[in-house]
Design a protein around this ligand. Structure first.
Ligand code: SF4
Length: 551
């Protein structure tokens, strides 16, 4: 059988002011018709660049493919004239992106966009037939009222509906390969599941699916094969069953351990220490050696090859140590990060720090929150779980004083509070937001960001800012020099640590964490969640933890 996609020793670099960034460094993979392959790894491992290279979508300059071949249906993509390549893009190979709003035009109705996409690939189809075809695909994609949907602009649809429209628009041209880049990351858990099922069910039997994700759970539910990328190269490949049953690389094992669903309730999560190395200069030896729990001295100098396990035709690893192991020994190997420290004990004898009584919020005709009663005790973490749009964030905003309730009472430390809160009450409740990229002012240094509130509230003097910033950064596990740098210089996980430092600077009683880890890679939430638990124990904080992820 001719593979639908064959990538051989692909190297992609980007020219940057700091030097040449080796984003993809010798990746080889192959997919047959009907295959579902999950390409996983933390941000910055080269997954998306690999996928973009397939359709020559790398911005050139600064990016370029320096060597290697990409064959689609036996045809070398690199040597195809642009005109031929355009025929493949969208028709034979479809792409589903993370944020459907960036892929759908905000100025055109869904119907017009779908009709245009159909007729772009076959001009002979009359408009009314194209519209009927689009409607048919919207139904297949789970849109209940296709007629209404066709007449809407994208912003009038929910995130899940937009992603369904995207999937319909990709599948209606009957592609041989779908490349889906984090297609469900921006969606809540229920919609995520529905969208993944949809992609699996309505793609043709011969359509191959390359799914790029940082979420191991998504791969387990959707794919038959997996390739794990780390620092520009593939470190493990195999069937999903064998890789999940007995991971063949310490990095894969660490990614699996770091999934919150793999920890026991009430215990610390297993986090992967450190971060992905800079793509500007890879370390000598195994690129994972400074984060690996199974490192031996040889790993510091010898760069491992990707090799098949002796007793498997499909399972390969790039590890000097585990290549000689059996599935049985790997299955029973224990990660040393899985500590079993118990979570702090809440003080249920004390007055609740937050109590809401019959809280209501109505926006015109929409009842966002209805009769909500909660009590949150010192040292307690209360998880507020539900799908997007069910009122979690509105409730949290009322507790934080950012929204005025239509009806009901909020008590902080036993005292009822109103919309005109005193400075000290405002200090008591702080928030950590979902998106660490947009919640920090890009023009302020980290030191100024985290101490600004403390100066404003008179907790510290202006002259104490530098020492206070160092103390707060130390509490969240960051070096004091970070105070002089700017948010864009940090990774998502580090930015979330900075957000937490800003929140604790005001010595609050309660922190409202609004989806604080849902925008982060699979390896990072465990670090951030463990940090929150450590701070809770140290500072006797209470958390109202809003999430759509039950695990
Ligand atoms: S080669 Fe060594 S450092 Fe690299 S993953 Fe294997 S044990 Fe760890």
């Amino acid at each position: 059988m001719t593979p639908i996609l064959e990538i051989n020793d692909l190297h992609v670099v980007f020219d940057t002011p700091e030097g040449i960034l080796r984003a993809v460094d010798g990746v080889s993979l192959s997919m047959n018709p009907g295959d579902t392959l999950g390409l996983v790894g933390e941000s910055g491992c080269g997954k998306t660049v690999t996928a973009m290279s397939i359709l020559r979508l790398i911005p050139d300059p600064p990016g370029r493919i320096t060597s290697g071949t990409i064959k689609f249906n036996g045809q070398d993509i690199a040597s195809l004239p642009l005109k031929e390549l355009r025929k493949i893009r969208g028709a034979a190979v479809g792409m589903v992106f993370q944020d459907p709003m960036t892929a759908l035009s905000p100025l055109h109705r869904i119907g017009d966009q779908l009709v245009e996409a159909i007729r772009l690939h076959d001009q002979r189809i009359p408009k009314n037939e194209a519209l009927a075809l689009a409607s048919e695909w919207l139904v297949k994609a789970g849109i209940d009222d296709p007629k209404r949907c066709l007449g809407e602009y994208p912003f009038r649809l929910s995130g899940g509906q937009q992603q369904r429209v995207m999937i319909a628009s990709v599948l209606m041209t009957n592609p041989s390969l779908i490349i889906a880049d984090e297609p469900t990351t921006a969606l809540d858990a229920t919609t995520q599941k529905q969208v993944l099922e949809l992609m699996r069910n309505i793609k043709g039997d011969d359509t191959a699916l390359l799914l790029i994700t940082h979420n191991m759970g998504v791969v387990a539910n959707t794919c038959s094969r997996i390739a794990v990328m780390y620092a520009g190269e593939i470190v493990e490949t195999g069937n999903v069953e064998e890789v999940f049953h007995s991971p063949g690389h310490p990095y894969t094992r660490a990614l699996l351990d770091a999934m919150p669903s793999n920890s026991r309730p009430g215990e610390r999560l297993a986090a992967i220490p450190g971060a992905v190395p800079s793509l500007l200069s890879y370390p000598a030896g195994c690129r994972f050696h400074d984060r690996c729990q199974f490192v031996i001295s040889e790993c510091n100098s010898t760069h491992p090859e990707l090799k098949k396990f002796e007793n498997s035709k499909t399972h390969s690893t790039r590890c000097l140590v585990w290549i000689n192991s059996t599935a049985e020994t790997r299955l029973h190997s224990k990660s040393k990060t899985a500590l079993s420290t118990k979570l702090p004990n809440p003080d249920y004898a004390a007055e609740p720090v937050i109590r809401s009584k019959e809280l209501h919020k109505k926006f015109k005709t929409v009842h966002a929150v209805k009769s909500l009663n909660i009590s949150l005790y010192p040292g307690e973490t209360l998880g507020l779980v539900g799908e997007s749009g069910c009122g979690k964030t509105t409730f949290a905003r009322m507790i934080a004083g950012l929204e005025t309730p239509t009806k009901g009472e909020i008590h902080i430390d036993g005292n009822q509070v109103y919309s005109n809160r005193s400075m000290s009450v405002k200090r008591d409740v702080q928030m950590v937001f979902q998106d660490p990229f947009s919640s920090l002012n890009p023009r302020m240094s980290v030191g100024d960001i985290i101490t600004e509130g403390a100066v404003f509230h008179g907790i510290i003097k202006r002259s104490e800012r530098i020492s206070e910033a160092a103390r707060l950064l130390n509490l969240v596990g960051m070096p004091p020099e970070a105070a002089f740098r700017y948010p864009h210089e940090f990774s998502g996980g580090q930015r979330q640590r900075i957000s937490i430092a800003r929140a604790i600077a005001l010595q609050p009683r309660v922190i409202i964490c609004d989806e604080p880890v849902s925008a982060l890679d699979d390896s990072v939430p465990a670090q951030v969640l463990n940090l929150l638990v450590d701070l809770q124990r140290e500072l006797n904080l209470a958390y109202l933890f809003i999430t759509h992820d039950i695990s």
